[in-house]
Design a protein around this ligand. Structure first.
Ligand code: MN
Length: 476
């Protein structure tokens, strides 16, 4: 279970009684967080920082604990911030600063100097805020009374984003084949991606998968087919084509597990010894939280895995999509995002149908895929690009809509959405910002989650939403 260490700050100038009260109040707050947010993350209280030495010891514990995804700090009293310098210099995990108090209201008729000295977050948190800024540590600040729902929401968001960042730094991506020839956006600096986000991007030939496929037994394939039939509706007589995909999924699953990977890529230009382009095999794996990028796109594969982790436990769908084509009817413009095959099954509104159709690209046998209509509602589209000297995340608010008319001759999963603030600004803004044609769509995450992720990972961020103007997008 992931945990956040809670490190409060104080000092010994106000005496032993004061420190006892600080410890008691912090325990109460820690218990409250565990009660309210314990399903998301566990909170564990560490000794109150009264000296630089205690701070260093606390932070050593934070860094040595693999279950710890971040740190929560709060200055109950004044905590002279030079005491925090050496400890914070050791910290390389996400940091949340709570700007709150043990008491909600001021006891106007009772307040005396002792009360004011004990409860002085307005004083101590600003001293602490200064040193965090001076040290240049990207961090989150949540302000307000700690029992309020919006305060808890801020702490929960931090916990989910911190978990995703920890996952990111432990993420290995298998690339089967290289990037699709001539495509720009799937390329980039893998070394920088590992230094900044922790993504280990490892190359293997697709022959590794083809070799495993050959050795898969009928029993193993039967079992995977049972899984498909329990979730999906068989809508083809070409069972052999579906069994072939079942073998692909078994092989990918086995290979990435054996090699410690939780995300992968393939490319239709390198399918040596594979009869079909993987379709349902990948759609089913993505729905289990496995990151995926087509055409060798390791960035979107890793990013989709990280965002699926961030959305864990929330309602809604999250996964890879590819922009394809528009309905440009003035005033009711829509986008159809389908990709050739690989739309995650998690987006299905109704039970997906397993069908087999020609692909028209790649020169391989007709691949089995899942065909379905998508969920609807508010969502975000988010991508990450490599601009050479830095990464940039682009996040757009969108509204997923019902397909206005059936598309019986388009046998792929269909996601349609409306851009914000409108088609013209939304799509022109995306192009101005350099947004990729590969992205992650989510109805579970919001732009606030992405804003926090970008902030904590010190990544440039472009937001396109209801308030974006034509003047804004020229500055992208
Ligand atoms: Mn593509």
């Amino acid at each position: 279970m992931s945990k956040l260490y809670f490190i409060p700050g104080s000092q010994d100038l106000y005496g032993e009684e004061c420190l006892k009260q600080v410890a008691a109040d912090c325990k109460k707050m820690n218990d409250f967080f565990n009660e309210k947010l314990g399903d998301t993350v566990k909170f564990e209280l560490l000794p109150t920082v009264e000296t630089s030495k205690i701070c260093v010891e606390d932070m050593k514990k934070v860094m040595a604990d693999d279950d710890c995804v971040g740190v929560v700090t709060w200055m109950h009293t004044f905590s002279p911030a030079k005491m925090w310098i050496k400890g914070l210099q050791l910290l390389r995990k996400p940091l949340l600063h709570l700007h709150t108090q043990a008491n909600e209201k001021l006891p106007y008729s009772e307040i005396d100097m002792d009360f004011m000295n004990l409860n002085q977050a307005a004083h101590g948190d600003r001293e602490y805020g200064f040193i965090v800024k001076k040290l240049g540590i990207p961090h989150e600040v949540v302000a307000g009374y700690y029992e309020n729902p919006d305060f808890l929401e801020g702490v929960k968001r931090f916990a989910e984003v911190a978990k995703a960042i920890a996952y990111s730094h432990d993420l290995r991506v298998a690339t089967f084949g290289n990037n699709m020839r001539d495509v720009a956006v799937t390329d980039g600096n893998r070394l920088e991606a590992e230094i900044k986000y922790g993504w280990e991007i490892k190359y293997w030939g697709i022959g590794e998968i083809a070799d495993i496929v050959e050795k898969i037994s009928d029993e193993e394939t039967d079992k995977k087919m049972d899984e498909y039939l329990s979730k999906y509706e068989m809508d083809t007589d070409n069972t052999e084509a579906v069994r072939e995909q079942a073998k692909y999924e078994i092989a990918f699953e086995k290979f990435i597990k054996d090699n410690g990977c939780r995300a992968f890529t393939d490319t239709f230009q390198d399918l040596h010894n594979m009869k079909q382009l993987p379709g349902i095999a990948i759609q089913n794996l993505m729905a289990k939280g496995v990151g995926f990028g087509p055409e060798g796109d390791y960035k979107i594969s890793a990013f989709s895995a990280v965002l699926m982790k961030m959305a864990e436990g929330r309602k809604g769908a999250t996964g890879f999509i590819e922009d394809y084509t528009y309905d440009l009817t003035a005033g009711s413009e829509l986008e159809l995002a389908s990709h050739m095959l690989e739309v995650p099954a998690s987006f299905a509104l109704t039970k997906p149908k397993i069908q087999v159709h020609p692909l028209g690209i790649g020169g391989k046998a007709d691949p089995a895929r899942l065909v379905f209509d998508s969920v609807t509602g508010d969502g975000i589209q988010v991508t990450i690009i490599d601009l050479g000297d830095h990464f940039r995340i682009i996040c757009a608010d969108i509204e997923l809509v019902k397909v206005p008319q059936p598309m019986p001759k388009l046998p792929v999963a269909q996601i349609m959405y409306r851009h914000k603030p409108n088609f013209k600004i939304g799509t022109a803004g995306w192009c101005q910002a350099g947004g990729a044609h590969h992205s992650v769509v989510s109805t579970a995450l919001t732009k606030e989650d992405i804003i926090l992720f970008a902030h904590l990972t010190d990544t440039e961020l472009i937001i396109i939403d209801e308030n974006t103007t034509e003047a804004d997008i020229r500055k992208f």
